[in-house]
Ligand binder design. Structure first.
Ligand code: PRP
Ligand code: URA
Length: 209
């Protein structure tokens, strides 16, 4: 069973509250999402392995630490996942970025694939899939399955708000993928929107409604 990490740092909770408010505009929403992604990125990379390397400071020689092991790839689920990429890349500027385009069919709520472009060596990387909303879990599960078809075996899912239904679905379909969230909300409504949630993340980021 994958581990659910709820990153409930006060800075993240405070920023998330502002994002949830219906009067928060697109500019603030976008900026807060990037800031939270950076803060969550700090936690999601907490267990990266380190190695010792010899360096020289202006004072003396020493043995210092450097991150080793797999390089990173960030894979946003379009559109809303794009809003978390720059935050993670502020922490890890060399991370490569892939894109998976999915939208939810408004009636069935099932995801439909329309785009996939991944780094050539994605299967060798630690992949962080980003999407602010984990509702039914259909989009996240399909994106993870597409990555696994391309040989990825080290995947983490980073969302902002999750519904119990989506968390359970990812844990059932992809028990090897750890989930990182800022909040677990109550439930889904009849339109498969997260309650209380924050509305349609893509529309709020890009100002489309
Ligand atoms: C939203 C959201 C997720 C998905 C979550 O995307 O960004 O990708 O829905 O729902 P699920 O867990 O039930 O699959 P949407 O389909 O609205 O597309 P958009 O990001 O382009 O607005
Ligand atoms: N997608 C969103 O953007 N918000 C939800 O609450 C559910 C799916």
């Amino acid at each position: 069973m994958s581990t659910l990490h709820v990153i409930d740092h006060p800075m993240i909770q405070h920023k998330l509250t502002i994002m949830r408010k219906k009067e928060t505009g697109s500019k603030d929403f976008r900026e807060l999402l990037q800031e939270i992604a950076l803060l969550m990125g700090y936690e999601i990379t907490r267990d990266l392995p380190l190695e010792d390397i010899p360096i020289e400071t202006p004072i003396c020689k020493m043995t210092a630490k450097r991150i080793t092991g797999r390089k990173l790839a960030v894979v946003p689920i379009l559109r809303a996942g794009l809003g978390m990429v720059d935050g993670i890349r502020t922490l890890v500027p060399v991370a490569k970025v892939g894109h998976i385009g999915l939208y939810r069919n408004e009636e069935t709520h099932e995801p439909v694939v329309y785009y996939c472009k991944l780094p050539e060596d994605v299967q060798k990387r630690l992949v962080i899939v980003t999407d602010p909303m984990l509702a039914t879990g259909g989009s996240a599960c399909d994106a993870i399955a597409m990555l696994k078809e391309r040989g990825c075996n080290n995947i983490r899912l980073m969302c902002l708000v999750g519904a119990p239904e989506g968390i359970a679905r990812v844990q059932k379909e992809h028990p090897d993928v750890d989930i990182y969230l800022a909040a677990v909300d109550e439930r889904l409504n009849e339109n498969a929107y997260i309650v209380p949630g924050l509305g349609d993340a893509g529309d709020r980021i890009f100002g489309t409604k």
